[in-house]
Structures are given as C-alpha cells and as structure tokens.
Design a protein around this ligand. Structure first.
Ligand code: TXA
Ligand code: MG
Length: 314
C-alpha cells in the first residue's frame, strides 16, 4: 500500500491498526520505523516476519513520554540526568526490565533488559499518544538493506508487508539512534549514533564504547548467543523422554506447553521465549525437548534461536 500523508485522520487510522495487532511504518527523526504494539507478542512477531530477519534481535521500544518508562523498566538517576536534556531525541537507553513489565518477551528477545527511546518527531509523538501503547519499531527496511529515510524507501522495501505507511517527509538525522547500556555500573555505548559519547559523559560521567574494547558487552545482534535456558535443550523431538518437558508445535498430545496448537509460526514466535522460560525449571524437569519447527518464514528465526538454546553450555 502506498504511503499516505501523516495527518489527524491517517494517524487515527494507524492507531486502530496498531491496537488490532497490525504494522504501521512511521517517521522518526532518525529513520522510518516499522511499528507494532510492543504489548502484543504476535504483533512483535509480525515485525520480524516482515523484515525477514533470520534471527531475533531485541527491538527498541518507543514511548510518548518519560513517565511511560517507570511501568516498563528500572530507571536510575542516570536516566533522569540523560533524559532531562536528551529526550526526546536519538538516544536509546537499555535498562533492566521490570518483573511485571507488560511488554512481550519477544521484544527483548528473551533478555532481562529493555531498550527504550522517546522519538523527537511530531508524527511519531502524536501516533504514540493516540495509540497509548509502547511501540516496538526497528528500521522499516527488509533485513540486509539500508535504513529508510523517506516513506518511498519503506514502500520499496516493505510495501506489501505493512498495513499503513505514514509519510512525514525526510528524516532529519538519517542515522539510527545511539544505544546506551545503563545496566552496567559504567554506561556502555552499544551502537554509536547521533548523540555522542561526549554529550553523554557531560551528563553522567565517563562512558565506554563497546566497539573499542572486545571485553565490553556487545549489542545482542552481534553476539553468538544471548538468552539460553539453563536446562539442556533437545531439538526436533517427537516426544519427551522420562523427566523431560515437551514443548510442542501443532496438533499434538502429551505436550507440557504448545508453541502453537494450530501450527501458526507467528503465534509460535510470540510464545517462544515465555514458554522456554516457563519450562526452564530444574525442580520439575531435567531437560526440554522441542518439536520440529518448519524452517520457513519466521520459522527460520525460531530455529536459529532454538539452535543457540541447544548449544552446549559453557
Ligand atoms: O533510530 C532508531 O533507533 C530506529 C528508529 C526507528 O527509532 N530504531 C532502530 O531499532 O534502529 P532497532 O530495533 O533496529 O535497533 C535495535 C538496536 C540493536 O542494535 C539492538 O541490539 C539494540 O538496539 N538493543 C535493543 N534491545 C536491547 C537490549 N535489551 N539490550 C541491548 N541492546 C539492545
Ligand atoms: Mg536497522
């Protein structure tokens, strides 16, 4: 579907689509985002499916206001110092997830942290205020292609895979936001962007830059593995052995949990991390057996993550 000019009417329509679990591309000051309701696992799964990413990387969650963050994450004093000056703007902050965080676990790709930013673009802000839900939004381009700074780029890359493209003109910054990890004692820049290390250091003191030191944490997309259950995981199983939990897929009996009884890969992706966590309980099981998952569409990313979960622990 062709881009539509962003105005009160199209933003209201975009908000309806998002609340119903659909996908909307919207402009931010950095690049166009491919947005979905971060509280709905299947909406988040649709983002991965539309981008055709072969793996699950955690996504940035966009908020309308600093006050939204308290319900999602555990901000500290550095959050206040940074956001007072640099929000709204191209700075993403990674913080610990609240235990009762209402967002889908897929948004964090199973991690205990969450990346949040408040975009400085009137269309993005108006959309967030209208939806009244945090939006997960990676850049609105197919995996492996450059990030879109015009609505026409989104249309070329993802035209058929998104329910609505809001056209808000060219993006001012044209480069993705800086990602800053605040889960460490000393903050770490995981992804350089428009906000510089100097600007950050002026507000909260010394910061480290991940790319400059191999010992520092990396952006999860660059890591070989992140979330993995502590129990051993056995793939392509057709039933559980004694003591094992069985994570099924499709019309099966004898499952401990089922990723999708109707064999829907979007539903399976939405359930993946929460169900692995649910079964990762050494007081009940000695391992997790997982049914075969078709390696098509988003099934490729599901299999990628399962393979990492099953890799020998060290
Ligand atoms: O400028 C931007 O940030 C754009 C616009 C649309 O806002 N969005 C964007 O989103 O680039 P995305 O989802 O493509 O970027 C995700 C980046 C990745 O580098 C990812 O590894 C990092 O943020 N990230 C997300 N969640 C994280 C987490 N829990 N811990 C560490 N890094 C995280
Ligand atoms: Mg991107």
């Amino acid at each position: 579907m062709s881009p539509r000019p962003a105005n009160a009417e199209t933003i209201a329509e975009a908000a309806r689509i998002l609340r119903a679990g659909g996908l909307v591309s919207f402009p931010t000051e950095t690049v166009y985002g491919l947005g979905g309701d971060a509280t709905q696992g299947e909406a988040v799964a649709r983002i991965f499916a539309a981008k055709g990413r072969p793996s699950f990387n955690p996504l940035i969650v966009h908020v309308a206001d600093r006050t939204w963050v308290a319900g999602l994450a555990e901000p500290d004093g550095r959050f206040d110092k940074l956001t007072r000056t640099l929000w709204p703007g191209p700075l993403t902050l990674v913080m610990r997830r609240r235990r009762d965080c209402p967002l889908s676990e897929l948004v964090s790709a199973g991690l205990d942290s969450i990346a949040v930013r408040m975009p400085d673009h009137p269309v993005a802000q108006e959309l967030l205020r209208t939806v009244k839900r945090p939006l997960a939004a990676p850049s609105a381009n197919a995996s492996g292609t450059v990030s879109p700074t015009l609505a026409a780029h989104v249309h070329e890359s993802l035209g058929t895979k998104v329910d609505l493209i809001l056209d808000g003109g060219a993006c001012r910054v044209g480069l993705e936001s800086t990602v800053l990890d605040l889960t460490q004692h000393t903050a770490v820049i995981l992804r350089p962007g428009a906000v510089t290390a100097e600007e950050i250091a002026a507000l909260i003191g010394p910061v480290k830059v991940s790319a400059e030191d191999p010992a520092l944490p990396k952006s999860p997309g660059q890591l070989a593995s992140h979330y993995a259950p502590s129990l051993p995981v056995r793939l392509n199983a057709t039933s559980a052995q004694p003591g094992e939990a069985y994570l099924g897929f499709g019309d099966e009996t004898g499952v401990s949990l089922n990723l999708s009884a109707k064999a829907d890969l979007i539903e399976a992706a939405a359930n993946l991390f929460a169900m692995l966590r649910g079964l990762d309980d050494a007081t009940r099981f000695k391992g997790i057996a997982v049914a075969p998952i078709p390696a098509t569409g988003i099934g490729i990313a599901i299999n990628d993550r399962l393979k990492r979960a099953a890799a020998p622990k060290h």
